[in-house]
Ligand binder design. Sequence first.
Ligand code: ADP
Ligand code: TRP
Length: 322
Amino acid sequence: MKRVLTGIQPSGILHIGNYFGAIKSSVELQNVADEAFLFIADFHSLTVNPKPEDLRERVKRVALDYLACGLDPEKSNFFRQSDIPEVCELTWILNCVTGTGLLERAHSYKDKIAKGFSPNNGLFSYPVLMASDILIYKSTLVPVGKDQKQHLEMTRDIAIKFNQMYKEIFVLPEGYISENVAVIPGTDGQKMSKSYNNTIEIFGDEKMIRKKFMSIQTDSKGLEEPKDPDHCNIFALYKLFATPAQQEEMAARYRAGNYGYGHAKQALFEAYMDFFAPMRKRRAELEKDPGYIESVLKKGAEKARALAQQTMVEVREAVGIR
Ligand code: ADP
Ligand code: TRP
């Protein structure tokens, strides 16, 4: 049986890069998995000490955004990590089988410290909490970005160690690493990222978003000059939203000349609006009904928690607690 699970960090406002690089595929998984689990990793967020009101707000927003982007609660179990307290209990038990040497090798910890975050113990044992998230549901497949690959390897190491030391309880999960996801460029042509201030958001004020499209950097070719679609940020983004025929049409206009970057930006903006309009509409509807979102997360947590509790009965027995 394919039990797919992934966690999402409740960070920042979602942009087009996040959509095509991560959200789209995690939403599509609900159609191929026998069981899909998707949770908001709020315990993980605490490792960098966010303000409580910011964390609460971000969790709400990420739930709203994912549901608006097509996450179907009938197909995916969508929940908050912190609604499953058994995850913390298992983290402690796994902490006691995890060598500190393994954790000292974690790139993400070193990166965070280099960025100036306080080296707290939560940040250090972040991979153990992640292992617990994965193992407690006996997940078989875990889709993650490249940056999480090492955490998955650690999860497998921890599971092997536990299984050898106590009892074969944990399933060794396979990672599904999206190595070949295309990098979506931002308005300046670099990778779109909230750290580079070059993002175009999925949701938010239409006027502001149009402005962002109009600020996409191009070369300085004049209106009449022929242009090269293959070396243009506008065209690269247009390809995400347009059909092959529409792409051909725009490419031909570029090459023919008398087609300015302003025209291309407008066409791109319209294509973006058409693409995201249903999601934007859905988000506006969902926003009016916070009770619905809460009920989705509660239902997802019930299903997840029942599984977690089953695993913990086995784990406690195996380690000699109760
Ligand atoms: P950011 O770089 O804006 O901080 P995150 O690191 O929070 O984005 O990324 C969340 C997810 O979105 C990751 O899985 C990442 O691979 C994906 N992602 C972010 N930016 C891009 C991009 N420009 N192109 C493709 N995928 C992206
Ligand atoms: N660490 C992951 C990230 O930063 C989020 C996460 C937490 C996760 N627990 C997980 C992902 C379990 C997959 C499985 O993106």
